[in-house]
Design a protein around this ligand. Sequence first.
Ligand code: ADP
Length: 261
Amino acid sequence: GFTDEPISVPDYLETEHIVDAFNQLLGRMKVINDSRQEFVSNVSHELKTPMTSIKVLADSLNQQPDVPVELYQEFMQDITEEIERENKIINDLLSLVKMDKTEGSMDISAVDINELLETTLKRLRPIARKRDIEVVLESLRPVTAEVDEVKISQIFTNLVENAIKYNKEHGWVKVLLDADHQFFTVEVSDSGIGIPEEDYEHIYERFYRVDKSHSREIGGTGLGLAITRNAILLHRGSIKVSSVEGQGTTFTVKIPLSYIK
Ligand code: ADP
């Protein structure tokens, strides 16, 4: 795996030490290169999947001389959904790449966090309502923080969207905002399907899904938590998860009130 520990170089350098340090460096470059290749191959695969479906649907319409109107409409609907999916993947990839461009991309201002959470929840409630999921916000105090508003909004959106997506019918999502003199914390809890403990360390990886077919079915790209984690790290914050399978999940995000460069 990747490590950023300093490469060990002894005080008295001898040829074999230099060769050794060089080999360690080469090993690390290989890890970086391999993970880049894996990413590119994942991207290609994810982008190809909707394209393949679109082609199959369009071909089968073209091959039938007299397509009944209902069938035509059904296929067109499916094609539209696949295009939307492709669009979502591309947008998520762009977000991720933008955030990889590090600190320079931070646009810091004083943001009213209570208000930002309220706006986020207002936007997502209609989606939750479709499955009779209740979304509540509990703000323990007013919080203003020096953050990048767009990125923080993306964090809230991704976590609450997931809490709705991986929930059960008639379930609930609870968002709790608190702060001390240094940090604000946002806790997003849900009554959903939960995450197995062995997956905790992987869910932030790009394209990782606990259940690939379920995630795809509900419109997931596997990029949401990678984007979320990047945005949090750019703010020098942290994220942790705890979950009980079949009962629900809690994500806790902790972010400094003032931006540390
Ligand atoms: P996706 O687009 O698939 O939702 P994410 O990166 O947002 O991708 O999440 C990665 C995976 O983590 C999801 O596919 C899902 O398996 C799991 N996951 C994320 N949030 C939750 C949650 N609140 N409850 C259960 N599983 C979750």
